[in-house]
Every structure is written in structure tokens, then in C-alpha cells.
Design a protein around this ligand. Structure first.
Ligand code: SF4
Length: 209
């Protein structure tokens, strides 16, 4: 089997196991996803989902977020960690979206990357989830599991994304990344992968009998 064939089979097997490929961060508006992903850095999605309802209720629009001070935002997101930096980014990002992008989250990688606190992982998530564009979200689960599968050879997120773009069927890539998160929590858990119960074992280079 070529790498592309194994990648396609991994995509198929995971799709069967997890038909619903949904983002584990709760959001309604595009900018809310942007902010939730920023909050999720070195924090769990579950924790972020506990914090954002009150945040988005108090600041329901980009204008409201942009008018708030980092200190005010920081008070509401403290439990997510790194709150001072995150609050600063959220305020600056909201202002920039209004001033430079007419209040619309852009559908372009370079424009997204120009926003404070936005890296390729976040930009890919926005492009894939909000705009339905081909995207590869290289988070910790994606990098770890695709390395184990033998589809990637690096822990570097940018290089990993490039390797995956070369072998994944791109129309499935975004959903595949969401499913890898689910699989990384349920079966291919870090340091104790349950290979005996893994649907991708037939195509995994690291599968233990
Ligand atoms: S076979 Fe094992 S190492 Fe490979 S993806 Fe499944 S759980 Fe992870």
C-alpha cells in the first residue's frame, strides 16, 4: 500500500468509527470560534466551553469585545490559564477584525495569520469549519497519531501539515483531524494506545499485536 492509500484507508476507517466529526469547542459566530481556539492554548476544550458562554453573553459582538479592556476580559477567562496574554490577544484581534476586515473573520490563510495570536492551527480550523475549505488542523492529537500511523515523520506542526496535505484526500482532511481528536481521547491515548481496539490498526505502522 502506498502512503496515500493508507491515508485514504485511515480516513475511511475513522469515518466509520466516528460518523460525527464535530469541533469540540462550542461556538455560534465565527469570531467566537477564533476566540475559543485562542483560549484553548494549553487548556482543555471542556474548560474553554465552561468559560465562553458567560464571556459571549457579556460581550455579544466584536464591537463589545473590542471596547473591553484586557483586564476586563482577563477577569472572565482566568481559569483558562495564560489569561493576560490571551486577553490582550482577544482585544487586539477584535479591534483588528473591525478596523481591517469590516468585522468579518477572513476566509484567507494569510489574512487570518495576520491576526494577533492566530497561528496555522487556528487559521486551518477557521478555514475548514467556518468556510468549508480544505484544511489540516495539526494539533497535538493529529501530530501524535499521524506519526504513529506512519503518515507523518515530524512533530513540527507546519511540516506535519505539509506532509498530511501531500497524502490525505483533502476534501476529508478537516473532518479527519476532528476525528483524530476523538480517537486520541478514546483509543489512541498518549503513552497507552489501545491498539487491540483500534479501527486503524490494519493501516498503522505502530500497531501492537
Ligand atoms: S493502532 Fe495503536 S498506535 Fe496505531 S493509531 Fe491505533 S491505537 Fe494508535
Amino acid at each position: 500500500m502506498t502512503k496515500k492509500q493508507r491515508a485514504a484507508e485511515a480516513v475511511r476507517l475513522l469515518k466509520e468509527a466516528y460518523p460525527d466529526a464535530i469541533c469540540s469547542l462550542d461556538y455560534v459566530k465565527p469570531h467566537e470560534l477564533l476566540i475559543s481556539v485562542r483560549l484553548a492554548a494549553q487548556c482543555t476544550d471542556a474548560r474553554v466551553n465552561m468559560v465562553t458562554p458567560a464571556l459571549f453573553e457579556k460581550y455579544p459582538t466584536l464591537e463589545a469585545l473590542a471596547a473591553a479592556t484586557p483586564e476586563e476580559i482577563g477577569e472572565m477567562i482566568k481559569s483558562c490559564g495564560l489569561y493576560k496574554t490571551k486577553a490582550r490577544d482577544i482585544c487586539a484581534m477584535s479591534k483588528m477584525l473591525i478596523e481591517q476586515f469590516d468585522g468579518v473573520v477572513p476566509d484567507d490563510m494569510d489574512k487570518l495569520l495576520s491576526l494577533p495570536g492566530v497561528g496555522r492551527k487556528t487559521a486551518n480550523l477557521i478555514l475548514g469549519d467556518v468556510y468549508g475549505q480544505p484544511a489540516v488542523v495539526c494539533d497535538t492529537h493529529c501530530i501524535r497519531i499521524t506519526n504513529l500511523l506512519g503518515l507523518t515523520t515530524t512533530k513540527d506542526p507546519t511540516k506535519c501539515e505539509k506532509e498530511l496535505r501531500a497524502c490525505l484526500p483533502m476534501e476529508e482532511a478537516n473532518d479527519f483531524c476532528h476525528r483524530l481528536v476523538l480517537h486520541g481521547r478514546a483509543v489512541c491515548v498518549a503513552r497507552r494506545p489501545d491498539c487491540a481496539n483500534c479501527v486503524m490498526a490494519p493501516v498503522c505502522k505502530s500497531a501492537k499485536a
